[in-house]
Design a protein around this ligand. Structure first.
Ligand SMILES: [Zn+2]
Length: 62
């Protein structure tokens, strides 16, 4: 059973993301599941990335 990457809610959608810790040019590409709430938050954060426990996430592989 899948869960949201950030909480225990049931996920809405699997999305391609890029994530990094300190250097936005040094990204790791992955696909993760987000609930509706967190999908919106990550989308809203845009290129700055949504920070969660010291890791930044943004939608897309670029
Ligand atoms: Zn969530």
């Amino acid at each position: 059973m899948q869960r949201c990457q950030f909480c225990t809610a049931q996920p809405l959608q699997e999305v391609a993301i890029a994530r990094w810790t300190t250097d936005p040019d040094d990204v790791e590409r992955d696909t993760v599941w987000f609930c509706g709430k967190h999908l919106q938050r990550v989308k809203k954060a845009g290129n700055r990335g949504f920070e969660h426990k010291g890791v930044h996430y943004k939608i897309g592989f670029w």
